[in-house]
Write a protein that binds this ligand. Structure first.
Ligand SMILES: [Cu+2]
Length: 182
């Protein structure tokens, strides 16, 4: 079953508000329900714009099949992704339409050939959509649009039938609530 996890959701510059998973601080509730002997694909997204929160899961490792790093820079130092054609400096830059989430993905094909089993993976940081003047681009409700970074992972939930946790691997974030129960 595909599931989506959202890290760093919340207003910026309010640390207590951003150390969350799916908008929730850890309170012992179950944030992800999986069945034994199943394979799942999860999209793990990060809306924070200055940090790649390292996702960590206990018990079952996972393989990464896709990554999107919207805050990447090109070898010439320019941003790889732009959200307004007015700031384009080179043909190599890739336009992401802030109004079309279906365009928010990597321009380079995923390389999933290595098939490494991970238990920690940084979630690429997000990109605030800005116009040619550098001002935020808002959605229909007036909220600034953030294009989340993400990775997609696949995991097998093999033989442990109990509770365990996923959390940010930065201890100070985990301790502020960036954790949930599987
Ligand atoms: Cu973190």
């Amino acid at each position: 079953m595909p599931q989506v996890f959202n890290a760093g959701v919340g207003p910026p510059k309010q640390p207590a508000a951003i150390h969350k998973i799916d908008g929730k601080q850890f309170d012992g509730d179950v944030g992800a329900l999986v069945r034994l002997n199943t394979v799942e694909e999860w999209t793990v997204r990060n809306f924070a714009q200055d940090i790649s929160h390292p996702f960590h899961i206990h018990i079952n490792p996972f393989q990464v099949v896709e990554q999107f790093k919207p805050a990447s820079t090109l070898p010439d130092g320019n941003p790889m992704y732009i959200t307004d054609e007015g700031v384009r400096k080179s043909a190599a830059q890739i336009y992401l339409d802030p109004m079309k989430p279906e365009t928010w993905k990597s321009a380079t094909p995923a390389s999933s050939k290595d098939a490494i089993w991970w238990d920690v993976m940084p979630i690429p940081s997000g990109l605030a959509a800005t116009d040619a003047k550098g001002d935020p681009i808002n959605d229909a409700t007036g909220k600034p649009i953030v294009i989340p970074g993400y990775f997609k992972m696949r995991s097998r939930f093999v033989d442990y039938a109990g509770f365990y946790v996923i959390h940010c691997h930065i201890l100070a974030h985990e301790d502020r609530g960036m954790m949930t129960v599987v």
